[in-house]
Design a protein around this ligand. Structure first.
Ligand code: ADP
Ligand code: ZN
Length: 742
């Protein structure tokens, strides 16, 4: 957005309005009283009325006589010029139509309706004498949310009870119902409260970040340090500085629904809770946060990736915690990586970005390095765990040398280590990144493996749900007793381990231990997961069996042993990112093993990797603890292969119910790739996508590799603009910077 553009348009002026409809930008006349740039409006579109935002001066597409005026203004803070520029550039970067991008930014319910008065429930008095489970659940929700003020039905829903339970508590005087404005400001975070006394590395990091924030210009910093090194403590100080400057801060977390611990830490540090933005919040909370972000009435937002599209009034800091995490990449509707979009947004807002990780992505490692391609980001290192806490000792269990009866996955060596922990009242975590009971259901008579009807994927048995489930499309079917192929009865068998099956082995092998399986399938809500995690942290379990759900950010103080059941699981893929991903996951899960007794002494944590290939470079890198050597080697490999970040990639996925149709169209596109060649890009494929059929659609993939500085988006646009008309029902999506390099 050019700074000389007017920010207010006079009545009757020709303005460009970006609607949320596929038509995109259209010209209208500014209404009586004029209108501000970024103002949300309702405009006529044919016989309909649609929502839009004032995007700039009119483009002159129509004669003035045919123009219609804006119908009315929406009562919300106008989008800032920075937000408009961000959406424009994010749309260009990701090759997303602008109206779709605008919809990402307008994800607040009932924007075009005035705020209705709302009845809300507050805590009033002590709990009633007769405290049923249902009543207790309601009180827990409201106490957890520190007076957020829920509508009665929302409160009931969150607590998983009927609304009559809430009414009963109102009648008993424990809760009170009042009228409240829908959109009330968030409690102010107090940045003048003292933080913790920092150690030398932390102080140096905080100094550097503070200087950046005070400078009021853009900058990105990679904050690296092992789990427990105090990164969170450091970036909370960056948040404090941002608040003191009167600007807003955003912290992105990969598993936001599980971030109870983080919210508590914010409350301890700043005396109030931040705004929360993720799929688990209610419509009312969503609406409130959206409006308060725009008015500058929320200082800190903690959110999932989509929080990046909130209309902040003055965003001064974006923290991307666990910046390497793959959940930051959205692979539907709009393909974007929140980490990269955070950098884009910050560069527009003159804000600072902190990318925090124990195991950064190779891209960020290169960007923050001093080698080729480096120097774009600053780098700060926290070299040790905070205090006396040490990293766990690492060891491999060579499965070729272990006695492993079929149907058993816990080696005698690992079992002995578990027994030792149990004897000392400590916890053990067994990690297996496979949901369900068994990955394969096969017929012992004919060898048939049960697959999904609509996808090229095996069905995975989930014994807890008593069904087979397709992990691609979610389809389920009953576990067959007879083989669907040969019809023989009673010979179907589960092959291979999933976490549920590992749970059975644990129950048989350690009958006296209290075991918990932590896998997303076994819980009906984020709240249930949170509760279980809290109970584990409180010592109510001895053995935890988990998928990657347990790898992230939970502190289990009694946990001193981590056993990785199948360290080879992620190593085999042909994907260039396979090594990086396995390394990150194993390093992270190993980091859960702490020191028993905390800083006060005691025993060091231990992580044991069960593997058939103890000499694999990834396993050796994990065991040696020399992470920097690993990242350098990965970066060198990427450079030699001319892969990102030393080149740019874009993935094109085409799909259609008929295989010949999609193949023919893809081949035609490939023949017309001259615009790509003009920028020096190469086109690989078309080839069947890694999973060639999903939801009954055949998928064909092409991969474009371009030199690092080449205008790849413009070339792709030109290429697709010159394509022949697509057959009906063909879908084409472009994924800039795809996660998978296959
Ligand atoms: P990370 O984010 O790197 O995993 P955290 O910031 O969560 O590390 O710190 C790990 C633990 O050490 C937390 O319990 C935290 O409260 C504590 N801690 C970190 N720094 C300090 C400090 N300067 N003073 C006291 N406790 C600290
Ligand atoms: Zn399927």
């Amino acid at each position: 957005m050019d700074s000389h553009l007017p920010h207010v348009f006079a009545p009757g002026a020709r303005i460009g309005v970006l609607t949320t409809e596929p038509v995109g930008l259209l010209d209208y006349l500014a209404p009586e009283g004029g209108v501000a740039l970024g103002q949300l409006v309702v405009v006529p579109l044919g016989p309909r009325r649609v929502m839009g935002a004032v995007w700039g001066p009119g483009q002159g597409h129509f004669d003035a006589a045919r123009l219609r005026p804006v119908a009315r203004l929406i009562d919300a803070q106008p989008l800032t010029p920075g937000m408009i520029e961000f959406l424009d550039r994010a749309a260009d970067y990701t090759l997303t139509p602008l109206p779709v991008m605008l919809r990402m930014a307008l994800r607040a319910p009932d924007l075009d309706r005035p705020p209705a008065e709302r009845r809300v429930i507050h805590r009033a008095g002590p709990a009633p004498a007769r405290l049923t489970d249902a009543r207790a659940a309601v009180l827990r929700v409201i106490d957890d949310h520190g007076g957020a003020g829920f509508a009665p039905s929302e409160l009931a829903q969150l607590a998983g009870v009927g609304v009559s339970v809430v009414r009963g508590l109102v009648a008993a005087g424990t809760l009170v119902e009042t009228a409240a404005p829908v959109d009330m400001p968030f409690p102010r975070l107090d940045a003048s409260l003292p933080g913790k006394a920092l150690d030398a590395d932390q102080s140096a990091a905080v100094q550097a970040l503070r200087a950046g924030i005070r400078g009021g210009a853009y900058g990105t910093t990679l904050l690296r340090g092992v789990t427990g090194s105090g990164k969170t403590e450091v970036y909370l100080e960056a948040v404090a500085e941002t608040l003191r400057q009167g600007r807003q801060a955003l912290v992105l977390l990969p598993e936001i629904a599980l971030s109870a611990e983080f919210l508590d830490r914010v409350e301890t540090r700043f005396g109030a809770r931040p705004g929360e933005w993720h799929s688990g919040i209610t419509r009312t909370e969503r609406r409130r946060l959206w409006h308060m972000a725009g008015r500058g009435e929320v200082g800190l937002v903690v959110g999932a990736r989509s929080a990046l599209f909130l209309p902040f009034r003055d965003l001064g800091l974006i923290v991307v915690d666990e910046e390497h995490d793959s959940s930051y990449k959205q692979d539907e509707t709009v393909y974007y990586n929140a980490r990269d979009m955070a950098v884009l947004r910050a560069s527009i807002e003159q804000a600072q970005v902190v990318l925090a990780s124990a195991t950064p992505s190779v891209e960020s490692w290169v960007n923050a390095g001093s080698g080729p391609g480096g120097g774009k980001y600053a780098r700060l290192d926290l070299r040790a765990r905070y205090g006396d806490a040490e990293l766990p000792q690492m060891g491999a269990i060579d499965l070729r040398e272990e006695e492993m009866p079929s149907g058993r996955w816990i080696s005698p060596t690992l079992a002995a280590a578990v027994d030792q922990r149990l004897g000392r009242g400590e916890q053990a975590l067994l990690f297996l990144n496979r949901r369900g009971y068994a990955p394969i259901t096969t017929c012992r008579a004919c060898g048939h493996q049960v697959g999904c009807d609509d996808c090229d994927a095996r069905m995975v048995e989930h014994r807890f749900q008593k069904r087979l489930v397709c992990h691609q499309c979610g389809a389920t079917k009953p576990v067959p007793t007879a083989c669907p192929a040969c019809g023989v009865e009673g010979r179907m068998a589960a092959v291979g381990p999933g976490v549920e099956r590992l749970g059975e082995e644990v129950a048989a092998r350690f009958p006296d231990a209290r075991a918990v399986v932590l896998s997303s399938d076994l819980f009906t809500s984020a709240r249930a997961i949170k509760d279980t995690i809290a109970r584990i942290a409180g010592g109510e379990a001895d053995i935890i069996i988990g998928t990657q759900l347990v790898a992230k950010g939970h502190n289990f103080p009694l946990l001193t042993l981590v056993g990785v059941i199948d360290a080879d699981l992620g190593l085999q893929g042909a994907d260039l990112r396979a090594a990086e991903r396995s390394f990150q996951l194993m390093r992270q899960v190993a980091g859960r093993a702490g020191r028993f007794g905390g800083d006060a002494g005691g025993r060091r944590g231990l992580a044991l990797l069960q593997t058939h290939q103890p000499d694999h470079p990834v396993i050796r890198a994990i065991l040696s603890g020399d992470d920097e050597a690993f990242w350098d080697a990965e970066a060198a490999q990427r450079r030699a292969a001319q892969m990102p970040p030393f080149s740019r990639l874009a993935g094109i996925i085409l799909s259609h119910p008929d295989q010949p149709v999609v193949e023919a169209y893809a081949a035609e596109l490939a023949r017309r790739a001259a615009p790509l060649r003009q920028i020096g890009a190469e086109l690989f494929g078309p080839a069947p996508a890694p999973i060639a059929r999903v939801r009954a659609r055949y998928r064909v993939r092409m991969l474009i590799r371009a030199p690092r500085q080449a205008p790849v988006q413009a070339a792709i646009s030109a290429w697709l603009a010159g394509a022949p008309k697509a057959p009906a029902n063909l879908r084409l999506s472009v994924d800039i910077d795809p996660q998978s390099f296959l």
